[in-house]
Every structure is written in structure tokens, then in C-alpha cells.
Design a protein around this ligand. Structure first.
Ligand code: FE2
Ligand code: FE2
Length: 305
């Protein structure tokens, strides 16, 4: 459904921080016997991130359809090119999440298929909402991923140290690409509508919809393990969700400012070094694994920060 005032006549494209949004061979060769509890000693955290992973093959195809619908209303060629690259990255992300999710179900949690059925219906409903609502949701979700990137990079030793290198690398690299394309959903909303209130609502809608389904999936997995609702499990959930909100919440609050623009946030140095290092490799080099045994989990290239 198109909105009467779209596209926004006041919209002007502004330069991004990154030179380009690169569509890489984003593919991680997860072992067939992958343990769904891939963070030893942190079952709740593993199952929480598995829950978030479960949402992605529903969220990201929806994002692509919604952004494609918006591109029919947009004339700015640089934004159209950004949308094309955004969709290329998101398509690779969800294909990889789908493979991970199949292994998580096969290796312990087939019950998660019930949550997937609910996710499929929920995103079908969202695609029937006005395009302005969809684009505000998209911009809101992408505001949250910017916070996730900083959390994942700045706290990488605590979150990923010693954990399964495939799953850890996958999550960190997914968020690095999220931040590489952090301007696109916001710009698309601004080019289409630009109205403040729907965008502010979208910050909550896009973030808590995904987080909520992720936590529903986590609880389903904990029930399967017979650990729900034990006091110790509840305490661990409070710690893990509290850490998430502490690290990501400020980015949601900043997203609510009327002057918010994701290009004003400087990208983390680790991320800039990774992007610069990858650029020196031959074209189409697969995204490499991170060394989660190294206490610093360094950028996996020789380029210095
Ligand atoms: Fe993504
Ligand atoms: Fe994204």
C-alpha cells in the first residue's frame, strides 16, 4: 500500500562512511555435528542466540521484499544501488542462518519448527501493512543491529572467547556487514516518508518483535532441556538479557532522537580494520573464521588497526 505523500520531496542523499557495501561470499561451513550449545558453560546464551538466529530466515527475506517494494518509489540512483547491495548481503545472511538453524533443530531442538511456523505467519502479516510501517520497522531493526555490532566487537572476549569458531565468526561477521549497510534502511525510510513518529515506533516494533521471537525460541529450547522455569535458569536469563539491554539499549534510545542518523556513529576500529584487510584479498575470497582461542580475537588479516 503506497502512502499519499511518498516519496519524501525533502529527502537528499548523504555520503556513507564506507566506500561501498560489499556483497561477499558469506558462507560458514558449520560442522554436521555442531553442538547447539556452542558456548561451553553458557547454555542460556547459546540458546538465546540460537533463538535470534531462528528469526533471521523469516526477517531477512521480508526485509528484502519490503526494500524492493520501496525501490519502486525511489529515484536516487545511489540509494537504489545501496538497496541492491543491502539485499545482496541480507540474502547471504539468511541462507547461512537457515543452514545453522537446520543443524540446531537436527542436533537437539526439532521443537523450534513450531516457532518458525509462527514467525512465517507474523512476517506475512507484516508484509500486508502499509509500506511506511514496514520501512519504519526495517530502520528500527537496523538501528538495533548497530548496537549489536559494538557489543559483539567491544565485548568479543567475553562473548566469543573459547567458543565454537564457526558460530562465533558467523555472528560477529553478520553484524560487521549489518553496520556496513547501517544507513540503507534508514535512508530508504527517509526517502519514502521521513515522518518522525512512525520511525520512532519502528525502533520498538523492529527491535522487540525480533528479540521477542528469539526469546520465545530460547524458552522452547530450555523447556526441551527440562530447565524452564528453574530459578538458576531464570537468573541466567536475567543476566544474559540484562547484558543485551545494557549494551544495545543506548543505541535504541539514540535512534529515537529526531536528529538521529546512523551515519553519525563512527564505526568501531576493529570493524574498519577488518573491512580494510578483506579489501586486500583476491575478489570473492570466502569470509574467514575468527580465532576464538586467541585472547584478543584479532582481525584475521595482517593489516594493522
Ligand atoms: Fe543481515
Ligand atoms: Fe541488515
Amino acid at each position: 500500500m503506497a502512502d499519499a505523500l511518498a516519496p519524501n520531496p525533502h529527502y537528499r542523499y548523504e555520503p556513507k562512511q564506507v566506500d561501498a557495501i560489499v556483497i561477499r561470499p558469506f558462507d560458514f561451513d558449520f560442522p554436521d555435528d555442531l553442538d547447539p550449545v556452542w558456548a561451553p558453560g553458557a547454555r542460556v546464551r547459546s540458546l538465546m542466540f540460537n533463538g535470534f538466529s531462528l528469526t533471521m530466515p523469516y526477517l531477512e527475506p521480508y526485509l528484502i521484499k519490503s526494500m524492493q517494494a520501496a525501490s519502486l518509489h525511489i529515484k536516487e540512483p545511489r540509494l537504489l544501488e545501496d538497496i541492491r547491495a543491502f539485499n545482496g548481503q541480507e540474502a547471504r545472511h539468511y541462507q547461512c542462518h537457515r543452514r545453522l538453524n537446520e543443524l540446531i533443530k537436527k542436533n537437539g531442538y526439532p521443537e523450534l519448527a513450531e516457532v518458525e511456523a509462527r514467525l512465517a505467519k507474523s512476517y506475512e502479516r507484516l508484509l500486508r501493512k502499509p509500506l511506511e510501517t514496514q520501512l519504519a520497522y526495517n530502520a528500527g531493526f537496523e538501528t538495533m543491529t548497530n548496537g549489536f555490532t559494538r557489543w559483539f566487537i567491544n565485548r568479543r572476549r567475553a562473548l566469543w572467547g573459547g567458543n565454537c569458531p564457526w558460530v562465533s565468526s558467523f555472528w560477529v561477521m553478520h553484524m560487521v556487514e549489518e553496520t556496513e549497510h547501517k544507513t540503507v534502511a534508514f535512508d530508504t525510510y527517509m526517502a519514502y516518508s521521513g515522518r518522525y513518529l512512525p520511525r520512532a515506533i519502528g525502533v520498538f516494533h523492529g527491535s522487540f518483535h525480533v528479540l521477542g521471537y528469539g526469546l520465545i525460541a530460547m524458552v522452547a529450547a530450555l523447556k526441551k532441556d527440562g530447565l524452564w522455569p528453574r530459578p538458576r535458569t531464570l537468573w541466567e536469563i536475567v543476566r544474559e538479557v540484562g547484558s543485551l539491554l545494557w549494551n544495545v539499549g543506548p543505541y535504541l534510545l539514540r535512534g529515537l532522537l529526531p536528529s538521529h542518523n546512523p551515519r553519525c556513529d563512527e564505526d568501531p576500529e576493529w570493524q574498519k580494520a577488518w573491512i580494510a584487510g578483506y579489501k586486500t584479498l583476491p575478489p570473492n575470497t570466502p569470509v574467514p573464521l575468527l580465532d576464538t582461542r586467541d585472547p584478543d580475537i584479532p582481525v584475521p588479516f595482517t593489516t594493522k588497526t
